[in-house]
Design a protein around this ligand. Structure first.
Ligand code: NAD
Length: 496
């Protein structure tokens, strides 16, 4: 009998009110049933929002440094269970243990980083324009926040949202992706162990169309923080627009790595391999376009092909494996469709392009590392997010052309350039249209104390992490204290 997992509402573990469940299976081995999770609906969302609303009344008054102490405890407990969490993640979403350990570490870093903010959350004081008047601005919590998260960073992304939301005094409802519910459940257990009060963090499992959409529509939810696909982000933004609800969106990417003719090619190859095939290409910051100067394109392509062919594919729980499976059948079908699109568009398939079924892999959603060259910048495989281990090589003739090609998609999340020319590096930092730019590093490697997010269709202008995340989870309030004992009328009293 497989394990039965529950929602967490008001400090209690509860089944969906309908009693319905959904299955979660290991993408490396479909016979491995992880368990049954609540297929929640509007009734469960209503209950969670009601509880979060009540809890907000008390939580917003807990001094922020105290809320910070709690997050320190969460960080310590996450450290204690790092290996346990990494194994849960790998089993339910497939990426290799090295990477899931990194994912948990990002959560730990985030806990300690945000905990310190409990003693900052700075506002401003400024002179008032009238005598005997004091002026300041402070941050205020917003209320009940819905946190809707994807499966590719099953712990890190919930922590990026939840810790800042809590330190600012909000209460939350976490709706994790259907493919990674167990990591989210374990995370909430850890929050409980640290002493988060009942009702402050609630967890509701279920389908995006049911639970996610109900949260977005709910009048009691003041803010939606969403990470996922651009298609769903658009839908969420339009509903939030109707309700004048706060909404922050972290969406897709079509990230490019430029390699100039003066680059350290070995370094550039290491970066491209990690960027394109790490997490089986299923990162919002994955390198899906390699924009290479024609003088070095043959050399770099040959090395890349040789190296990519050697990548060891298999179950991520095996320490020797370098690339795990795709997340599910739909993802594998999508990648296969793009392989056909690439061929029809006239790109040349150099390696891969097929599902991978050797040995025990026949039972999972494995895919071969795939490289196309002769890709033109406007081809669909160079424009649309594939979210799989597929790298498109685009040849360019100059630095200016490289920047134009890099900028020529609707997304703008991460970017990278390999060059030894400091002038080119600085021009790239200025001219690349992206939220993140790496010089001589791959498109992957964000740290929690710098802003994270993208321009154009990658989001709606917000940045998670860094100090910018607190602007998502607080409202600014301006306060004027008049101790003159008389009515002062600002601009009117000040007029000449
Ligand atoms: P997705 O959009 O399918 O799902 C994300 C979450 O939204 C899930 O929890 C899902 O259940 C929920 N959802 C689905 N439909 C919904 C609806 N109608 N209303 C409300 N919620 C709904 O994305 P995914 O497949 O889980 O993740 C992959 C995508 O996420 C990629 O596009 C990737 O680039 C993006 N991503 C972006 C970042 C970033 O920070 N920019 C980070 C990781 C992933």
């Amino acid at each position: 009998m497989a394990d039965q997992f529950k929602n967490h509402i008001d400090g209690k573990w509860l089944a969906a009110s309908s009693g319905k469940t959904f299955e979660n299976r290991n993408p490396a081995n479909r016979d491995d049933l992880i368990g049954h999770f609540p297929a929640s609906d509007t009734a469960d969302v209503d209950a969670a929002v009601e509880v979060a609303k009540k809890a907000f009344a008390g939580w917003r008054l807990v001094p922020a440094p105290k809320r910070g102490e709690l997050l320190y405890r969460v960080g310590e407990i996450l450290k204690k269970y790092k290996e346990d969490l990494a194994r849960i993640e790998t089993r339910e979403m497939g990426k290799i243990l090295k990477e899931t350990r990194g994912d948990v570490q990002e959560g730990i870093d985030c806990a300690f980083y945000v905990a310190g903010e409990g003693r900052r959350l700075f506002g401003e004081t400024t002179p008032a324009e009238l005598p005997n008047k004091f002026a300041m601005s402070v941050r205020a919590p917003i209320g009940v926040c819905a946190l809707i998260t994807p499966w590719n960073f099953p712990l890190a992304i919930p922590t990026w949202k939840l810790f800042p939301a809590l330190i600012c005094g909000n209460t939350v409802i976490l709706k994790p992706a259907e493919d990674t519910p167990q990591t989210a459940g374990r995370f909430v257990e850890i929050l409980n162990e640290a002493g988060v009060p009942a009702g402050v963090v609630n967890l509701v499992h279920g389908r995006g169309e049911d639970v996610g959409a109900a949260l977005v529509r709910h009048r009691g939810v003041q803010l939606v923080s969403f990470t996922g696909s651009a298609a769903v982000g658009r839908e969420i933004a339009s509903v939030c627009g109707q309700h004048l609800k706060r909404v922050s969106l972290e969406l897709g990417g079509k990230n490019g790595q430029i390699v100039m003719e003066d680059a350290d090619l070995d370094l550039a190859v290491e970066g491209a391999l990690w960027g394109a095939f790490g997490t089986t290409g299923q990162r919002c910051t994955a390198t899906s376009r390699l924009i290479v100067h024609r003088d070095v394109s043959k050399k770099i392509t040959d090395i890349l092909v040789a190296r990519a062919q050697k990548i060891k594919i298999g179950d991520g729980l095996d320490e020797s494996v370098e690339m795990g499976p795709l997340i599910n059948q739909a993802a594998r079908e999508k990648v296969l469709r793009y392989i056909e699109v690439g061929k029809q568009e006239g790109a040349r398939l150099l390696i891969g392009g097929s599902i991978y079924v050797a040995g025990s892999c026949a039972n999972g959603y494995f895919f071969q590392p795939t490289i196309f060259d002769q890709v033109k910048p406007n081809m669909r495989i160079a424009q649309e997010e594939i979210f799989g281990p597929v790298l498109s090589i685009i040849e360019i003739n100059s630095f200016e052309e490289a920047i134009d090609v890099l900028n020529g998609t609707r997304y703008g999340l991460s970017s990278s350039i390999y060059t030894r020319d400091v002038g080119r590096a600085f021009r790239a930092m200025r001219d690349i249209e992206a939220g993140i730019t790496y010089i001589n590093g791959p498109t992957i490697g964000a740290e929690v104390h710098l802003p994270f997010g993208g321009v154009k269709d990658t989001g709606n202008g917000h940045r998670e992490a860094g100090t910018t995340v607190y602007d998502i989870f607080t409202e600014w309030k301006s306060i004027y204290v008049d101790y003159s004992g008389k009515l002062q009328k600002a601009q009117i009293d000040n007029a000449e």
